[in-house]
Design a binder for this molecule. Sequence first.
Ligand code: MN
Length: 485
Amino acid sequence: MRRLVLGCGSVGSEVVEELTGRPGELHVITGDSGRATALRDENVSAVEADPHDPANYPDTADLVVVAGPSTTGNLTAADRARERYPDAVIVAYAGEEATEADLRALREVADRIIDPIGATADRVLEVATGATADRLRRMVRALRSVDGTLAVVAHDNPDPDAIAAAVALVRIARFAGTDAEAVYYGDISHQENRALVNLLDIEMRRLDPDVDPREEFAAFALVDHSRPGVNDSLPTDIEPVVVVDHHPPREPIDAGFIDLRDDVGATSTLLAEYLDRFGLRPDSQVATALLYGIRVDTKDFTREVSEADFDAAAKLLADADADVLERVETPSLNPAVLDVLARAIENRERRGSALASCVGEITDRDALAQAADRLLDMEGVDTTLVYGFRDGVVYASGRARGAGIDLGETLRDALDQIGSAGGHADMAGAQIPLGILGDVEEGSKESLTEIVRDIIAGRFFETLEDAPAAPLRSSERVVAFPDED
Ligand SMILES: [Mn+2]
């Protein structure tokens, strides 16, 4: 490890002090003659020279710390160092008066920025030495080798961990100066995953498996999986430039840079660590996605969770959006469900503590169960039945709570003769072919609703009047019924 310190203000001195005595070489170039002399007294290789002039630089360096007192001076030195040592990790001190533009310019050339607030030599060195530094350097080198746009590929039908890891790696690639895009094959179908992508405005493009992606992308990075063509729809002869994953590989992997650590619970943990080590503070989108990725993959820190997962989550927490996370986990009601609930409330008929409601034509059968559930919350109601029809069949869903009846039995008694009914004491359902209710084909929607209501509600209330008592142990009465779980 050859380390070079350019400029030596107070932060630079702190860094030098930390580096002294560590294995490897250390060389300091500073314009401050007093400091150079003092360092030499401590047996540090230091010269008094212009830290902005490459003529003074040694031939090689693995790590360059630019830490003069002035922002513009450091910007110049970082620029020159990058030109001279394209593969080195460059850490630059921003100075106390850096503007946004200065920081942007510094980020263009440096791998990590030390901001004056909260910068300690320890943290700088943690990133810039040892195995981690090597990993960072190799990743940056792999990303910089891409000539064109890099596709960051999640596995097929990506889950939150894969989605988050992909957007985070896109961020790191752009930081390394490489154009990148997050992509996937298949669908983002799970409601919560769609909510995540929508609420966070995540840009992730679905690729067509029939088009060779090499027509568009110069290189490929894989996250949360490790082999092209296995769990993604890439051609198998692609050699990725970067692979970051936490699943144990089944076969050896060929890639420019591989980080495969199966002792962590999520790929998001690894990406959070990279962002941190590169000194990239994640924006709220990336932080929220990564935190959610870790939570989902570790089943809220209960499964295959490691210390690294906790560490990453703790760091992400500050930048994650708690409101979005909450909304992702409780996806909004879809309009069809809301509509059925509205009609169920509007059309309710009540007899004593029992309530039945016909919602007419439906598109979503699940909505009946949800409405039956919600109506049970009404004061004084202990039994509900919500029903509607679709494609020539009447569907009914019932709920009971503390009603002293067995609802499954009740529905069987009421409706089994004209259809099929069953379920549990507290949760049951029925299906009745419309044809059996008479000549309904000719009627209007309104009259159809009337007929259905008369028959279903009529039989339901009638049966309830001399309803079978609830069983002592409901488990004895459980009858499998396909519509109720
Ligand atoms: Mn994962």
